[in-house]
Design a protein around this ligand. Sequence first.
Ligand code: ADP
Ligand code: MG
Length: 322
Amino acid sequence: AILADQIAAGEVVERPASVVKELVENAIDAQSTQIDIYVADSGLSLIKVIDNGQGIAADELELAFRRHSTSKLHDKNGLFKIRTLGFRGEALPSIASVADVTLKTAMTDGQGMEIEIRGGQQLDKKIIARPQGTEVMVRSLFYNTPARLKYLKSPQTELAVISDIVDRLALGHPEIALSLHNNKRVLLQTAGNNNLQQTISAIYGVKNAQQMLPVHANDLDFAVEGFVSLPKLTRATKNYITLLLNGRYIRNYQLTNAVIKGYGSKLMVGRYPMAIIALKLDPVLVDVNVHPTKQEVRISKEKQLCELIQTTIYQRLATENL
Ligand code: ADP
Ligand code: MG
C-alpha cells in the first residue's frame, strides 16, 4: 500500500507547491473561513496549513490517510456533479508516503486528536486540546525519494510556484481570509470579505486593481464575473490570466484565448491582458476527473462559453474611451 501511495505521490505531489495546493484545497472543502499557510525554506523543511474548518472525526482520522478514501463522494453519480475541490482521496496518503506528516484536528473546541505519519507508517496518535479546525504539518518532504528532491528547482523558484498557486486559490475564494508566510515573512494576506477586487489588490497591488474594469454576463448555462485590465496599461504575461471554474483554478488554452480575443486589436503586439475571470456553471457540465491535479478539466459547451467570454470582454472595452 505504501508503494502504491508513493506511485500516486509521483502524480499528485510533484513539488512543495503541490502539497500546499492539496492541503489548502482540503481546508477550503472543510468550509474554513480562515486559512493560514506557513512554509520554511520554500516548503522543503516545513509546510504548515492551519484552518478553522469542520475538522475530522476521531474515528475517521486513519481513514483519511488511506488511498481512495474520501468523505466527499457519496455515490457514483457524485463524480458527475463535483462541488468540492478534492474527491479522489489521494492527497493525504500520497503526501504522507513521501514526508513526515503531523495532523491535528478538532470538530469542536477543546476536543482534538493528533496523528503522526512518516513514510506512510503511523507513528503516533493521541488526544489533544485544540480549537476547532485542522492543522497539517509536513516536514522532510521527499526525504525518501531522492530523485524527486534532485529534480526540484531553486528555492526561489519553488517559492514562486507556491506563491502563484496560493494567489489563484485566494482569487477563487475571496470569501476566505488567506495568508501565506515564508520564514516569518508575510507574502500574502487577504481580507476574506468576499470582495474580489480587494483580493486582486492584495495580490497585484492597489493600483493595478483599481485600474481594472469589472465584467459580468451570463447565458442559460454560464455566469461570467471578473475584472480585466485596460489594454494600454497592461504589462502582463499570459500567466496573469486566471480562470476560475466554480472557484477552482483551471488551465484551459481555449478559454485563455477567448479572453485575449476579447481585446481584439486593442492589445499591443506581444502584450497580454491581466484578467481574473470567475465562471459559475452547473457541475454536471464539467469533468474534473481528467488529471490527478484536477487543473485540467473538460467543459461541455466549451465553444459557447468561449464566445460568451470573448463578447463580454469585447463589449465592456467598447464602452470605454480607450
Ligand atoms: P480528498 O480531498 O480527495 O477527499 P484527501 O486525501 O485530500 O482526499 O483527504 C482525505 C479526507 O480527509 C477528505 O475527504 C476529508 O474528509 C479529510 N480532510 C483532509 N483535510 C481536511 C481538513 N483540512 N479539514 C477537514 N477534513 C479534512
Ligand atoms: Mg483533498
